[in-house]
Write a protein that binds this ligand. Structure first.
Ligand SMILES: [Zn+2]
Ligand SMILES: [Zn+2]
Length: 271
């Protein structure tokens, strides 16, 4: 599978000269398995993904981790939605038994066009990811994470390789979600995880639903993760600051042999 990062920020887009190298778009990651394009979140990074996807004949499946704006704001600007010969399948985010779709912001109030009027064939799947993808020869499982308003992480397995992407999560060892996280991460070839805070942000940002780089690195060591990707960067973090964060995380993980990357727009990983 090929993982591509199109938006790596949390909270709000932050374009400008200080974010040129890592990028300023919000959360959007794609995973390609054969002719299948799995879209994980529809932050503003989905704009560029849409330009790429529209030029392919891949089968497109969109999933969202939760309904915060940095994860759905870009959805109406996804080019394949405007192609008449295209099917886009929306896999529901199921929270407390209720399905949610990124079309929620195309209701005619927050965006000028309603999703029902889109040129593409929009298929709202009525079963969750965990039961949907097996028929295609790979698995996409979701699991609840510790984030205000509720959210999920994604675990994708294909040909004995496992990619786990946890866009928003506050690592809290006292949370009932912690053991679920540990189980989901187990044996991942690549873990991509929220690392919005540095130690100076804590404790003021406790309860906001994000993790510190240190907490994440410590967890990666404990769970013997092979490859770690820091994701969901704070919008105030400059390129130079992310360089420093990446260097210190790499140092912290070096003795454990864990490879660490700071996610940037345009980063591709073949697993
Ligand atoms: Zn977020
Ligand atoms: Zn969030």
């Amino acid at each position: 599978m090929i993982v591509k990062y199109w938006g790596v920020r949390g909270s709000i887009p932050c374009p400008g000269p200080s974010t040129l190298r890592y990028g300023g778009e919000t959360a959007c990651v794609s995973v390609e398995i054969g002719n299948n394009l799995i879209v994980l979140d529809a932050g503003t990074g989905i704009k560029k993904l849409g330009q790429y996807a529209a030029a392919t004949s891949m089968d497109i499946y969109c999933l969202i981790s939760h309904l915060h704006m940095d994860h759905i704001r870009g959805f109406p600007f996804f080019d394949p939605l405007y192609q008449t010969d295209r099917t886009v399948t929306l896999i529901p985010l199921v929270l407390d038994g209720t399905p949610h779709y990124p079309t929620v912001i195309m209701d005619g109030v927050y965006f000028p066009r309603k999703w029902e009027d889109l040129p593409a064939n929009i298929v709202m799947a009525d079963i969750a990811a965990d039961d949907y993808f097996g028929r295609l020869g790979f698995e996409v499982n979701t699991f609840p994470v510790n984030h205000p308003g509720d959210a999920v992480g994604f675990s994708i397995e294909s040909e004995a390789k496992k990619f786990v992407h946890v866009p928003d999560n506050e690592i809290d060892r006292t949370s009932d979600k912690f053991s679920i996280l540990v189980q989901a991460i187990d044996n991942a070839d690549v873990l991509s995880h929220d690392a919005q805070w540095v130690n100076d942000d804590l404790p003021m940002k406790e309860g906001w639903g994000h993790s510190s780089v240190t907490e994440l690195c410590d967890l990666a060591v404990e769970l013997e993760i092979k490859n770690l990707v820091l994701f969901h960067h704070d919008p105030d973090r400059t390129d130079d600051e992310l360089d420093v964060i990446g260097r210190s995380a790499t140092e912290r993980l070096h003795a454990s042999g864990i490879n660490c990357s700071v996610a940037f727009e345009g980063m591709n990983i073949t697993i």
